[in-house]
Design a protein around this ligand. Sequence first.
Ligand code: ATP
Length: 359
Amino acid sequence: MATVSLRNIKKTYSNGFKAIHNLNLEIEDGEMIVLVGPSGCGKSTSLRMVAGLEATSEGDLYIGDKRVNDLEPSERDIAMVFQNYALYPHMSVARNMGYGLKNQGLPRDEIRRKVEKAARVLEIEHLLDNKPKQLSGGQRQRVAMGRAIVRNPKVFLFDEPLSNLDAKLRVQMRIEIKRLQQEFATTAIYVTHDQVEAMTLADRLVVMNGGKVEQVGPPLDLYEKPETQFVAGFLGSPGMNFMPARIQGQALLVQGDHRIDLPDMAELAQWDGRDITFGVRPEHLEACSEAEADFHLKVDIIEPLGADTLLYGHLPGSDSLMIAEQPGKRRYTRGDVVPLRVDRERLHLFDAETEQRLN
Ligand code: ATP
């Protein structure tokens, strides 16, 4: 069993920079946690503290029921997969994969058996005698994974392992990592700034911003009910549309004069007079008849993606950008004015000042 607990973890670098403010996270046995957020938010720092590559400034770090703050990386029973693979160039694939086991003093036969087994799982058996430079990027990544797997660690730590691969290979390896993690049911912490990777891999997502956790939860929960405007804007591609709004009776007045009637939202009255940010995802703006329209989008740019078409434009009389995602089968031309209706079940309201979710 390998739970991982981060309790009141803080990190201040020697130059005085506070990289992590107060991180609390309980990771379950076999769970895949993904830390995601923009560059500099503290994802790698957090992972490196779990690995023991960076000391914590405050707080307690547990793997299972053992406090590991003062243990060396090699004593923590973790295996880390990096973006640059960190393979030894002069060693064969087999020796690269078995290196950690050799250091642990395991007999040669046993190392060979474990390496071959992992190579079979990763479908790189035919490459065992090759040197890293004879491998493609994807194959090197598999070797790096193999080296982690053979050690049968309590926890896998992944630091942007796919960021050096091309787009197609990334998707392939992403699925592979998910398959392996499910098969081995090993607790894993995965760091990425790619929100698609984060959404697809995570059992639970941890969205970080400026050294703090914004929200933790299953990916779809965060997508559907982001607690802050930051999480709402970070997850989803293209991103959520945001517009200033106010309440008037049972309606929202968006950007001054676009009226969205919300008769079913009883809580509306309590925010009367407050500055609100209204948010709606591009896929929750549906083309509709004139009579049903909440907005009219004047289309500037059309991106046909096949299954869907993205319409980029602005509301007449406003210069703020709005994006709507429509089914791909309908054709649009530049300059079209498209009547759009907001899906009432999927709209988001945030306090304009605190950026916290209201509804
Ligand atoms: P990225 O996606 O760019 O790797 P990240 O979220 O992983 O970003 P970290 O590498 O954890 O971010 O860095 C968090 C913050 O701490 C950044 O502002 C970074 O500049 C700072 N930082 C990282 N290492 C050090 C260090 N050794 N000394 C001082 N500041 C550091």
